[in-house]
Design a protein around this ligand. Sequence first.
Ligand code: HAM
Length: 479
Amino acid sequence: MAAPLCGSSFAQTARRQCLHHLKQHLSIWPWRCQRPTYCASAQSRAGSASDIKHSAELIDVNPVRGTRDFAPEEYRIRRWLFDEFEAVSRLFGFEQFETPMLESEDLFVRKAGEEITQQLYNFEDKGQRRVALRPELTPSLARLILRKGKALPMPVKWFTVGQCWRYERTTRGRRREHFQWNMDVVGVPGVEAEVELLTAIAMLLQRLGLGPADVAIKVSSRKVLQALLAKYQVPEASFGPVCIVVDKLDKLPAAQVREELGQLQVSPEAIDGILRLTELTSLEEVTALLGSDNEALAELSRLFELAEASGISEFLEFDPSIVRGLAYYTGIVFEGQDRGQQFRALFGGGRYDGLLGTFGGEAQPCAGFGFGDCVILELLQDRGLVPAMPRQVDDFVVAMDASLHGAASSVAQRLRAHGRTVDLALESRKMKWVFKQSERVGAKRLVLVAPDEWAQGKVRVKDLAAREEKDVSLDDLTA
Ligand code: HAM
């Protein structure tokens, strides 16, 4: 039986180290080492790092404006959120795909006056090709669907999580890069597709701890506005640009929206009609305005009926002012908003049956959404719903001296082969550092490879939560 870590044989192994300090850490005394020898050696290490001479002026260490670094502590939170996005998508039977962040500029050039096309990060590459960093994922999805062609069985249910770039004015919740979770259904003309997408969003929100009291999903259909415009004989070609102006209602004063609609040759009566429509709150009121023989109303009624069955209706709110700022939507549109309206939109989506056709391909019914990573994290942080995510490994493996590093490395590999996460100490350091470091890496166990124990085919294992230690044979270590 090997001596305990704080006992004499271990102390001999570590005799060049600060035994006094080691003993404190093996016990539960919250007592700090005052020994000058240990502290002096720690300081000399720190000193040697700062002694490195700087040969040039320090660069600007901040990321480019509107972009973010993800240091490990931030990356853990991002990974957690993306794991939730991916888990929900898989629960709904969606398959993951990915397309390049750099696309041909043509993919994003549309003439309807959308903000997104004015915010392109575009440039000419070294081969004189016009390219752009994608501002959204939907055109790339459409490109991939078209590339796959007829061989692709319908319906397609795909999801992706990817970084998007928009040269936006950076404000709370809006950055120049963000990640979006997208789920899209291609090949299904009915609102069953939209309801499935909305159900996935509701499930994600609930998994994150947000319920209908926190988030409203505002739903409408562009066909409602289309029917109204037809009533006022507004030319069909103006429909896309009119939607983009109406989408600005919550950002611009009504007078400016009126002026912009006027510039699109929309008559003052039609403008009054549009503004009245956006103030309605129920399907009954819209029926009274447009009559009951209306495709948009039939679709919306069916959507709310199906939403009831899938248990998400408490999240949903009919709101005819929702039209969305992207030109390609053709039917149902929706947007997620925190109920307190403190934050920007959490997500948005809808039906875009015409997009594939505008790229020269065979038209296909499509519906989907984009759910950004910025606003949801702001909301979760505000509600205290981001879980603590400390660094964690199963084992911290340490060689007691440099000659045992190979042995420690073999122990680490053995543990990893059994699925345990292992941080292997790459240098022999004082025991004070070993204990501090095992805390810093969030180890559950400290595995010490010491000469006497190693000679007997054993290692010393300390369960850091239970504060129990014992010698364990290599076979038992992974049993
Ligand atoms: P979008 O409304 O432009 O739609 O963006 C979707 C979501 O992405 C927004 O609700 C927001 O969460 C996030 N987002 C957009 N821009 C920024 C930004 N500058 N900073 C931070 N977050 C942002 C689309 O992109 C559509 N392609 C969604 C879609 C997919 N429709 C059908 N399928």
